[in-house]
Structure formats: structure tokens, C-alpha cells
Design a protein around this ligand. Structure first.
Ligand SMILES: Nc1ncnc2c1ncn2[C@@H]1O[C@H](COP(=O)(O)OP(=O)(O)O)[C@@H](O)[C@H]1O
Ligand SMILES: [Mg+2]
Length: 259
């Protein structure tokens, strides 16, 4: 099971889990290559995420951002190279420690609470602890009043908050987010950004993919810039935003189209 029994026993506070073991960091890709239909979509990427903080992965549509995130999440197998979590290939039992939130939330046909409880069950959290933890996670996401509501009947913004609460409930060490606000209005976007920042403050290592420059400015500690399946730049956020090195990133920041 994901959570060592001893760690669960040591967790004295109902509704909270012990900090996740550090086993999944660094999340790393070495020599990653993905080819489809004669095209090279990921073209030799070496990257690792360790420690703390929030990295924003920026790049134009089609740059390979989603694909890179799915590779790192262990959801897609590369044609070349390797992905490791904490030095070993991603293992199913470690999956609860690497949260993943997609562009469009995928809700089970259950209540909001049921969705979070289900994730905790999958994470190996004992039944007796699930309700308290799930309520707390939904409360943190500002969804306490909607816990009993069928998740699929919630608004897009609320569903995305449930998705985030579900990912955070198992106290992941890392959180991978793929354009989590691209379908949301400004108020919902703000709610999601605040949740992400709270998770970062709590020590979760966050990698967030976006093509939204404003979001990058608001959230990023550092920025990875992807272009045509390659990492062109990786720099502290302010450094990158003040003056990127590559022409492609400059064009991206100025809103020019680069092919
Ligand atoms: N399964 C797939 N089969 C074929 N092409 C794909 C597949 N997944 C992604 N692509 C292509 O790979 C490129 C990168 O996709 P993606 O990672 O989704 O880009 P981004 O998220 O940066 O917009 C795009 O040109 C896309 O059309
Ligand atoms: Mg994408």
C-alpha cells in the first residue's frame, strides 16, 4: 500500500495525513523521446524536479507540454529515454504521492466527497480515516457545502476544485498540473491558483503547465520554456520574464507566433 502502516499510526490528528515519504523525488526524465507518425514530438529532453517550489512549463500550443507532463507522470511510455521517481521507474504504489490534474476534470459518478474518498481508498488510506480527510480536503478547497452534491452536476470551476482536492487529499509530495484553469472564468481561476499556492507553501513540489503568461507571472518560482519538443530555457521566473535568452521565448513573451 502507498502509505507505510507505521506512518499512518503515527498520524495523531484525525483528518490529516503524515507528510508523504520523499520517495518520489526527484521526478526526472533522461533523454526522453516521443515519435508519432514520423514526427518527433519530444526531442531529447533531460529534466528533473526536486526539492520545493513551483515550476511553470511555458510554451506555445503543440510545443509538447502535455506530453512531457504525461511522460513524467508515467501515463505515457517514451520511445526513448527513461522516467524515474526517486531514482526508480514510477511505481503504482507511489502514484498517490504524485498528484495529477488535467485540463478537464474527470469526475466519477459519485458525490464530491465520494470522489475524494475513492482516491484515498486507492491510496491505501484506511477506511476509518477517509471521511475526515476527504471533508478536510474539500473544506480547504472551499467546497465544504457541496460535499454531498453529485460531482458531475457541479460547475466547471467547482469540478476542477474537487479534482485538486482529490489530488491533494493523499498529501502528495509532487503535483503535476496541465493547464488546470484554461476552461475557467477569472474567479474560478483565482480559486484554483490560491489552492495551488497553498499547496506550494505546504511544501508540495509543483509543476504547472500553461500557455497563460499572466498565470506564469503570478505563480512561478522558475520557468521551463518548451519549443518543438525541446527545453530551450530553464531559469528563475523573474530572470526569464525580464529577458529570455532564446528568440523563440522572446517571441512568445511578445505574443508573436513562432513556428
Ligand atoms: N498521441 C499522439 N499522437 C500523435 N500526435 C500527438 C499525440 N499527442 C500529442 N501529439 C502531438 O504532439 C504535439 C505536442 O502535443 P502536446 O504535448 O499536447 O502540446 P502542448 O500541450 O504543448 O500544446 C502536438 O503537435 C500534438 O498534435
Ligand atoms: Mg497541452
Amino acid at each position: 500500500m502507498a502509505m507505510p502502516e507505521a506512518a499512518i499510526a503515527a498520524s495523531a490528528v484525525p483528518g490529516s495525513l503524515p507528510p508523504a515519504a520523499e520517495v518520489v523525488l526527484p521526478i526526472a526524465g533522461r533523454g526522453l523521446v516521443v515519435r508519432r507518425g514520423g514526427r518527433t514530438l519530444i526531442d531529447g529532453i533531460d529534466i528533473a524536479f526536486d526539492g520545493h517550489g513551483l515550476t511553470v512549463v511555458l510554451g506555445a500550443n503543440g510545443a509538447g507540454k502535455s506530453l512531457l507532463l504525461r511522460l513524467l507522470a508515467g501515463l505515457v511510455a517514451p520511445d526513448g529515454g527513461t522516467v524515474t521517481w526517486g531514482g526508480t521507474p514510477p511505481q503504482r504504489r507511489h502514484a498517490p504521492f504524485v498528484g495529477f490534474v488535467f485540463q478537464r476534470p474527470v469526475m466519477l459518478r459519485r458525490t464530491a466527497l465520494g470522489n475524494v474518498r475513492y482516491a484515498l481508498k486507492a491510496a491505501g488510506v484506511p477506511r476509518s480515516m477517509r471521511d475526515a480527510i476527504a471533508h478536510r480536503a474539500l473544506g480547504d478547497a472551499g467546497l465544504g457545502d457541496l460535499a454531498g452534491w453529485p460531482a458531475r452536476l457541479l460547475s466547471g470551476g467547482e469540478q476542477q476544485r474537487v479534482a485538486l482536492a482529490r489530488a491533494l487529499a493523499s498529501s502528495p509530495r509532487a503535483l503535476l498540473l496541465d493547464e488546470p484553469t484554461s476552461n475557467l472564468d477569472p474567479a474560478s481561476t483565482l480559486a484554483i491558483e490560491n489552492l495551488v499556492l497553498a499547496a506550494r507553501k505546504a511544501g508540495t513540489r509543483i509543476v504547472l503547465v500553461t500557455h497563460d503568461l499572466g498565470q506564469a507571472r503570478r505563480l512561478a518560482d522558475e520557468i521551463v520554456f518548451l519549443h518543438a519538443g525541446r527545453v530551450l530555457e530553464r531559469a528563475p521566473a523573474q530572470h526569464f520574464l525580464d529577458g529570455p535568452s532564446s528568440g523563440q521565448a522572446q517571441a512568445f513573451l511578445e505574443g508573436r507566433i513562432v513556428l
